[in-house]
Design a binder for this molecule. Structure first.
Ligand code: NAI
Ligand code: MG
Length: 368
């Protein structure tokens, strides 16, 4: 039988509460569908700091590197505000992203029909929305050198960040976007600012060349990133996959996220390059939200973002497309029934706890 290794890093705050609901699903899929998931679990963030003074131990780092996929909850909270910079909870996540070389950040924006009415946009603009933003995560202006504040000596200082992209970085993120598009609506829109940025000129050229060389079956369009932001709010359903750089992707994915409602609904995936021998990609799946210290420990957090992150894991790390579709449909079914955690509560709906929501999704999955 195939075995599939999952390394679970629940983290702090509501992270462990949300992860508990995913554990139920893993157990169910193993039992009913012989999926062969083998799980191990580690400490990250504040819980790791409390245990051994590091944001993640070398042992847990090694396990994350060796696993087929990592499921990450959330880290951070006021309890650790005073700890040294290098071992603060967020350092654990940054270390994972860096050591696993997770260059492709996938952020879907899906608007479940039952929640369309509570979007800040008109229901018809968002209802049925299903787009995917592919953001380059390890290059660009957040990492380019020089990066400094220079004292100009005349009472002025100069802050410098440098946008740098090399051909291979653009090629590999474009490749991820085109491949994902083939599994969805077969359309990619690439966003940059070639009108004012040299890196944007190169971005557009390399995306077009990658398309011509290997992916001409996929429909490719280009859009200036500012116009893209406008179009995301005007008529988001025109998009399927959007591929963009680190900075624009940071902003555009947050804009897209809010088309669909609560932070408690939003999953993400971060992928590395395929292993040259096995073809497997390192991957980490996590909700977009943080540790929500204001509601942690009360059993009221929305576990859907974590559960939807697991659905992405089934889809992208294990090719379990039918199961991923079924799990996403189970989420939709539960929302259609009117079950709501506090963050997505509205009139006429039934308020449920974290574990009630998890159980309902599991039940709908099992029935589907
Ligand atoms: P947050 O995402 O933790 O919370 C923002 C607001 O949304 C809070 O009112 C919270 O109760 C609510 N919320 C978030 N997720 C929810 C869920 N699943 N169900 C119901 N309500 C939910 O962001 P915040 O408050 O800015 O940060 C709190 C801590 O989390 C900080 O220490 C921050 O550094 C950390 N953080 C960690 C991230 C990660 O682990 N990837 C990402 C973002 C923040
Ligand atoms: Mg951001």
């Amino acid at each position: 039988m195939t075995t599939r290794s999952l390394f679970l890093l629940p983290g702090d705050g509501i992270g462990p509460e949300a992860m508990a609901e995913v554990r139920k699903l893993i157990a169910h899929i193993n039992e009913k569908e012989d999926a062969g998931f083998v799980t191990d679990e580690g400490l990250v963030g504040g819980s790791a700091y409390d245990a051994h003074g590091q944001a993640i131990s070398e042992e847990d780092m090694a396990k994350a590197m060796a696993a087929d996929a990592v499921l990450f909850g959330a880290v951070g909270g006021p309890k650790w505000d005073g700890v040294p910079y290098e071992v603060r909870p967020e350092a654990g996540l940054l270390r994972l992203r860096k050591d696993m070389a997770l260059f492709a950040n996938l952020r879907p924006a899906i608007c479940y029909p039952a929640l369309a009415a509570s979007s800040s946009l008109k229901p018809e603009v968002v209802e049925g929305l299903d787009i995917l933003i592919v953001r380059e995560l390890t290059g660009g202006v957040y990492f380019g050198e020089p990066k400094e504040i220079v004292d100009l000596g005349n009472g002025q200082k100069r802050g410098i960040d440098t946008q740098v992209y090399d051909t291979f970085e653009i090629e590999r993120i474009a490749g991820v976007a085109f491949e994902l598009a083939r599994t969805r609506g077969n359309k990619v829109c690439s966003m940059e600012k070639h009108n004012v940025m040299k890196s944007g000129v190169l971005w557009k050229e390399v995306v077009a060349a990658t398309h011509a060389a290997k992916y001409s079956d996929v429909e490719l369009t280009h859009m200036l990133a500012d116009a893209g932001g406008m179009q995301l709010v005007r008529w988001p359903k025109q998009f399927d996959v959007i591929v963009t750089d680190n900075l624009f992707g940071d902003m555009l994915s947050d804009v897209a996220a809010m088309l669909t409602g609560s932070l408690g609904m939003l999953p993400s995936a971060s992928l590395g390059a395929p292993d040259p021998v096995t073809g497997k990609r390192k991957a980490l799946y996590e909700p977009v939200h943080g540790s929500a210290p204001d509601i942690a420990g009360q059993g009221i957090a929305n576990p859907i973002a974590m559960i939807a992150s697991f659905a992405m894991c089934l889809r992208y790390s294990f090719g379990m497309i039918a199961e991923a579709d079924r799990l996403e449909k189970a989420i939709s079914t539960v929302l259609d029934k009117g079950l709501r955690t506090g963050d997505i509560m509205s009139d006429g709906c039934t308020r449920v706890t974290t574990s009630e929501m998890g159980d309902a999704v599991l039940e709908a999955y099992a029935a589907g």
